[in-house]
Ligand binder design. Sequence first.
Ligand SMILES: [Zn+2]
Length: 422
Amino acid sequence: MANVSTLRFGAQTDEVTSLLRIVNMVRSGDAVTRPEIGRVTGLGRGVVAQRVDRAVEMGFLEDAEYAPSSGGRAPRTLRFRAERGRIVVCALGGQHIHVGVTDLDGTILDEAHRAWNIASGPEETLDTATAMVDDLLASGDGTPAWAIVVGLPGPVDFETGRPVAPPIMPGWNGFDVRGAFEQRYGAPVWVDNDVNLLAAGERARHRDEGIDLIYCKVGTGIGAGLVSHGRLHRGANGAAGDMGHVRVPGAEQVCRCGKIGCLEAVAGGWALVRDAHEAIERGATGVLADSAASGTDLTLESITIAATRGDALATSLVQTSARQVGEAIAALVNMFNPSLIVIGGAVASTGELFLAEVRHRVYELSLPLATRDLVIRTSESDAREPVRGGVDLAQEQLFEVSLPRWFADGRPTVAAVHGLFD
Ligand SMILES: [Zn+2]
C-alpha cells in the first residue's frame, strides 16, 4: 500500500511522513511541545512549526496549556483531538455481547452488556449487537465512529473480516461480518478472534517494550493470542494460537470440533462439567455431588467456585485442566520464547490453584534458556478487557498502519483505509 500514499502525495512524501510522525508523537505523549518534537525528530524549528500548523489546520492537533518553563519562555503544549471520532468495540463471546464506545484515546465513554447465544447465527446476532451499538451512539453527542472492532469467539481471517469454520458458531462460516458493520456505519471495521483482543489489551500495558507474550484463555473453550515484538501474530490464515484443538497424547474424548483428543476436550470448561458428572455417577462426594443431588445444574462456574473453596473433586478437575494446559503452553514456550504468559478465562479465575500447576509444568518441560526471564501470571479480572484490547487494535490499525492512506481526507473512510480507490 506504500505506493498509494506516494501516488496521492507525489513529491511531498517526506513532508507527509514527518507530519504523520508528529501527529502520532503528540497522540502517544512521546513529545508534546514544538521544542520536544524538534529534539526527537531532528527537524529544524521552522519545519516543525510548519508541520504542526498543518496538523492543527487539519484538525488533528490543537494548542493546549503552557508547559513548565525550563529557563526561557515556556513552550505551549499540543494535544491530540481525541474527541473528534469514536472507536466502537463489539466483543461477541459464546454466551454474551459486550459493546463499548470510546474516544480516540481509548477513554471508555459508554458501554453495554447482555447475555446472548452466539449459536443463534450471524443475522440475529449482528442485529442484536448493532442495536446495542446504535443505542450507545444515539445517547452520545453525534460524534461519528472512526473505527469499529469486532471480536468473535472463533478463528477469523483478519484480511477479509470473515470467520473461518468456527467450531461453536453454526452458520457463521465465511459470513461477511466486516461488510455488515461497514455498510451500517460507514466506518472502517476490523474483525478478529476474541483472544487476540485480550492479547492486544495486555500488549497495551507494554507499549514501549515490543513485548513477546502469549495470552492463554481457558474458559468453556481454550485459545491463545500471540504477540511477537509488539505485533499480533495471526499466521497465514488467522489460525495461529488455536491451541484448543491440538492433540493431547493418549486422550480419547470427542471434541466439539469433531476430532478426537483435543486439548479442549480434556481441559476446557465444558470437559470439566462432563468429567464432574461422570465422577459423581461413580460415587464422588462433596459440594458438587450435593448440589447435583438437589437438582441444581452443574456449571463451569459452580466448579470454579467449589474449587476456590477447597472441594476435593472440583480442585482435582481444575488441577487436571491446569496440568494439560501447562503441557501445551510448555511446547509453545520452547518454540516461541515469550517473556510473559498471561492466563485468563473462567477456569483460570481459580487463581493460584490453576497458575501453580501451569508454572510447575512449564518450568519442568521447557528449556532453561526459554524460561530464564519468563513471567507467568493471571489476567486482570475485568469485564472491560476486550474493549481495551479492541481499542488498542483500532489505534494500531488507524494511526500506525493506515494513517498515510486516509489522513488527507481528514477522517478515515472505508475506501481509503482498505485501499479501495475507484
Ligand atoms: Zn477440537
